[in-house]
Write a protein that binds this ligand. Structure first.
Ligand SMILES: Cc1cc2nc3c(=O)[nH]c(=O)nc-3n(C[C@H](O)[C@H](O)[C@H](O)COP(=O)(O)O)c2cc1C
Length: 305
């Protein structure tokens, strides 16, 4: 019998395999999150939840572009309190839950984290790329000081692993990751979407109502891999890679660059939900055919080449 194991421990979050869904890309009902788990993820990641219900931007909020998609959803969500029952139901199914969250102020971030943690989330993913933050957190995703402050406030309030999810729209992402680590982050998720614009030449105006949107999908992958590479070199805590993963080869690239686990978003919009399981199986075959027994043996290996 093979002794190979796909199980990973990401900062105390124990997963049957290193593949998760990326926050927000699919819906967030209990039944859909359960189907995502049945599709093969090690844990389900929720859409980002805030302190209040939020409609998000008006349509169009999503446009496909060469190599991916641009979206400006505007963080629509039912609010953290509303989601408590869903977390409990997922707990009842034995499904590990990573609750993604955001706020406009430090108090918001802390309060939402407490609600989700007490509801039973196994880990929290702090979304640093949120718009409309208040003065005290201005430029959150691009400001090391504010990233450290908000991470520290959340870590003081909850005893669950906190993954801090970073934006690639910064000059030096390693500096922001180091700040999150200083604030007590247990892991870094890299990355959220890359800011872009698509224009309708007939109407001669931007396609998205919000004008700008976030680029996801294969076009994002080289940028996201570079971010994971730089962060892995800069911090001691684990990194979760995200951006443009469509198949197991993409996922293995992330592991080799230093990710301990990965998240898949846009690929699941056009493939069946079994994309997660296919990627996990592909990682397993790769480990087996190269004589490795555990995922962690290949994490960061490309740095040693
Ligand atoms: C439609 C859509 C909605 C998203 N919503 C969220 C969200 O609520 N919170 C978050 O942290 N990231 C959100 N993201 C970003 C993804 O989680 C992920 O970081 C990004 O899409 C890159 O991964 P991918 O190329 O595999 O999609 C969203 C992306 C898309 C396309």
């Amino acid at each position: 019998m093979s002794q190979l194991s796909l199980a990973v421990d990401v900062a105390g979050l124990r997963l049957r395999n290193p593949v998760m869904n990326a926050a927000g890309v699919l819906g967030m009902s209990h039944s859909l999150l359960r189907r995502i788990y049945e599709g093969g993820v090690g844990a389900v990641v929720t859409k980002s939840l805030g302190p209040e219900p939020r409609h998000g931007h008006s349509n169009p909020t999503l446009v496909t572009v060469e190599g991916g998609a641009l979206n400006a959803m505007g963080l629509p969500n039912p609010g953290a309190e509303y989601f408590i029952d869903t977390i409990r139901a997922l707990n009842g199914d034995g499904i590990p839950v990573v609750a993604s969250f955001f706020g406009a102020s430090i108090a918001d971030f802390r309060d939402v984290a407490v609600v989700l943690s007490e509801a039973g989330a196994d880990a929290l993913e702090l979304n640093c790329s949120c718009p409309n933050v208040e003065e005290e957190l201005s430029m959150l995703g691009a400001d090391p000081g504010n990233t450290e402050k908000v991470t520290a406030a959340v870590k003081e309030a909850v005893d669950k692993p906190v993954l801090v999810k970073l934006s690639p729209n910064v000059t030096d992402i390693a500096e922001i990751a180091v700040a999150a680590e200083r604030g007590g982050a247990d892991a870094i998720t890299a990355v959220n979407t890359l800011k872009g614009i698509a224009v309708d030449v007939d109407f001669r105006r931007p396609i998205l109502t919000n004008v700008t949107g976030g680029l996801s999908g294969p076009a994002l992958k080289p940028v996201a891999l570079r971010c994971v590479w730089e962060i892995h070199k800069a911090v001691e805590i684990p990194v979760v890679g995200c951006g443009g993963i469509s198949d197991w080869r993409d996922a293995v690239e992330y592991l080799l660059c230093g990710a301990s686990a990965v998240e898949i978003g846009t690929a699941a919009m056009k493939e069946d939900l079994d994309v997660y399981g296919k990627v996990a199986n592909g990682i397993e075959r790769y480990l087996e055919s190269n004589g490795f027994k555990e995922v962690k043996e290949i994490v960061g290996l490309a740095h040693e080449a």
